[in-house]
Design a protein around this ligand. Structure first.
Ligand SMILES: [Zn+2]
Length: 406
């Protein structure tokens, strides 16, 4: 046991300490699942598993509470395995080493796995408790939430008996979430033709950096800017006047992160090189005036580049620049039911150039399935106009909030 097992409330922290001691990265949950099953059976609780590997534990209502609605407490078993560069750690074999650092509990050199270990610990502490009065109780522990949600997708149908499900995997202490955004990954792929430019061009890299970024769900309404969109806007405005040719373009790393950085590799006639720099500097002034209240560290630069002078055809670059510039991004609609909550949004998260393929990746979220479908339809139309191949994958449904519970 580590020092965290002495923290209060002790039953929760003792379970969490035990969870830390048993490896449980995504796709390797079995050891911890077996421990929990063994513990629950030892307590005389009813334990079931489905074919996917999810664990369900049932605890009967306490005396006099039998007619209450059943409650399901849900957590996921797996954790995100990340470690510092200089830490030697095998997440499938080595225990997490938690310790107390001032006001926080953290882990030596690795992620702690409090997501969702603390939720799991809280569920198990309720099961272990002999004093709490409750109706029929179920604890559902799903696998693989962090790496594909195969546990939730494969959940056995009609398995749960309870009417009310409390998920323990939210972000903020002391807050309860109702409902959940659904989502879908959207991809717009362009096949392009490239050819070597004639003499007289010089290559440069346009770079947008220093944006705040953030989570495409939690931060999409905060006015933070999207680096991919900023690059697209500049190109759309100045491509003709500069005689600019696009060599490649890229930005962002994840669909669900607001991109903080993006670049365009371009070529301009040598005589226009200085003008490119001037226009990009002017663009920075415009952006600082527009966005400076939120984006306080915008960094735009033009640097020399020795990228090969192999450019997209004029028509290909035109449709790609237009698509990035026209692509909807950010909040599409706020919720009518809950003030300040976003109903539908999307994030143009990633742009990549690989060989002759340029791909735009977006994540669409909505509290309603039809809201999500409306944005899918916009992107499908945009792709049709632009001659891109659109695909929508990994859709998961919305959990529409129900503010009143009967
Ligand atoms: Zn989680």
């Amino acid at each position: 046991m580590s020092e965290i097992s002495q923290l209060s409330p002790q039953p929760v922290w003792q379970f969490f300490d035990k969870i830390c001691s048993i490896p449980h990265p995504s796709k390797h949950e079995e050891q911890l699942a077996q421990y929990i099953i063994g513990w629950a059976e030892g307590e005389g609780l009813e334990v079931e598993r489905d074919d996917t590997g999810n664990v369900l534990i049932r605890k009967p209502a306490t005396s006099g509470m039998e007619n209450h609605k059943g409650v399901v407490l849900q957590a996921h078993i797996d954790m995100v395995p990340q470690k510092n560069e200089d830490t030697i750690h095998d997440f499938t074999k080595d225990p997490i080493r938690p310790y107390i650092d001032g006001e926080w509990v953290t882990a030596e050199g690795t992620t702690l796995g409090s997501d969702n270990g603390m939720g799991m610990a809280a569920c198990l502490a309720v099961l272990a408790d002999k004093d709490i009065a409750h109706g029929p109780l179920e604890v559902l522990l799903t696998i693989d939430e962090e790496a594909g949600m195969t546990g939730a997708f494969g959940l056995k149908a009609n398995w749960l008996k309870g009417d009310i499900l409390l998920n323990t995997d939210s972000e903020q202490e002391g807050e309860v979430y109702m409902g959940c955004a659904g989502g879908v990954d959207a991809s717009l792929a362009f096949t392009v033709e490239k050819a070597e430019l004639a003499e007289g061009y010089v290559a440069a890299r346009l770079q947008v950096k220093g944006l705040k970024g953030g989570h495409s769900g939690c931060d999409i309404h905060t006015g933070r800017s999207n680096a991919n969109k900023l690059v697209g806007r500049f190109l759309a405005a100045h491509v003709d006047e500069l005689g600019l040719r696009l060599l490649g373009i890229g930005g962002g790393t994840l669909r669900n992160a607001i991109p903080r950085e993006a670049f365009a590799d371009v070529a301009v006639p040598t005589a226009q090189r200085e003008k490119l720099e001037t226009l990009f500097a002017e663009y920075l002034s415009v952006l600082n005036a527009e966005l400076g209240a939120v984006e306080t560290s915008l960094d735009l630069s033009v640097t020399d580049s020795n990228a090969p002078l192999i450019a997209l055809s004029n028509s290909d670059q035109a449709r790609i620049i237009a698509t990035i510039n026209a692509c909807p991004n950010g909040v599409i609609r706020m919720s009518d039911d809950i003030e300040g909550v976003v109903e539908t949004s999307l994030n143009l998260g990633v742009i990549t150039t690989e060989g002759n393929t340029i791909t735009l990746l977006c994540l669409i979220r909505s509290l309603t399935d039809t809201g999500r479908q409306s944005v899918e339809s916009m992107l499908a139309s945009l792709a049709e106009l632009a001659g891109a191949a659109s695909s929508f994958t990994g859709a998961y449904p919305a959990g529409n909030p129900m503010p009143t519970l009967k």
